[in-house]
Design a protein around this ligand. Structure first.
Ligand code: NAG
Ligand code: NAG
Ligand code: NAG
Length: 184
């Protein structure tokens, strides 16, 4: 009887402790990032896109900074919120090359949108640009009042070097403040 009591007390301590730990995190991705289990892989990615708000081409683009600044603020969680803007309507895409193959646990997208309406974005991933597969469809999930779309892959995606985010339907110009990829 006494030993059952001891086990019960130990178990309740364990659950109290583990649930108080979980309270700090919104989701699995938050947990992995907070406890440094994953790295921000996007930070060192090469960014390409259907087009950029290039200050050399468009007179209203200089306040966004150079194309390199826009790419690094898109992919670096600690950099300013400058982001990427195609200054054009759908279809558009933005793509990250992680330069090596990784195991991707989650993707966090910070929405940059000015009007409400139907949207369709598709996230593709793979080790080879000719063999990308759809890993997430986001239909009507973006809106001006929807700051983040966080996608967690459980199990994680293996062998990912490239991630491409395509936008085929949107009432606004296509842009993202952040396209963050976490994994190992
Ligand atoms: C999504 O990610 C952002 C950026 O890290 C975070 O601030 C936000 O709390 C997350 N949202 C959810 C529901 O986890
Ligand atoms: C997170 O891990 C990386 C690599 O393992 C390390 O360089 C970094 O200092 C760690 N950061 C924190 C806050 O522990
Ligand atoms: C998305 O929204 C549009 C119009 O608001 C609607 O016609 C369409 O059915 C929605 N699609 C989904 C998959 O909910």
């Amino acid at each position: 009887m006494q030993s059952i009591l001891v086990i019960f007390t130990a178990l309740s301590f364990f659950f109290e402790y583990s649930s108080s730990q979980q309270l700090d995190c919104h989701d699995l991705c938050d947990y992995l990032v907070t406890y440094n289990i994953t790295q921000a892989l996007s930070k060192s990615a090469a960014v390409s896109a259907s087009r950029f708000c290039d200050p050399n081409l468009w007179y209203y683009c200089p306040h966004y900074g150079s194309v390199a600044d826009q790419a690094s603020s898109l992919t670096d969680p600690d950099n300013s919120d400058n982001g990427w803007n195609s200054i054009g309507y759908a279809p558009q895409y933005v793509q990250l090359d992680l330069t090596e193959k990784y195991r991707v646990s989650c993707v966090r997208l910070k929405v940059h949108m000015s009007s409400h309406g139907p949207t369709h974005h598709t996230l593709w991933a793979g080790d080879n640009l000719n063999r990308l597969r759809v890993v997430k469809e986001l239909i009507n999930e973006t809106a001006p009042n929807r700051p983040w779309l966080n996608v967690t892959f459980n199990p994680p995606l293996d062998e990912v070097r490239f991630l491409r985010l395509t936008s085929t339907v949107s009432p606004s110009w296509i842009g993202w403040w952040k396209f963050l990829v976490y994994g190992n």
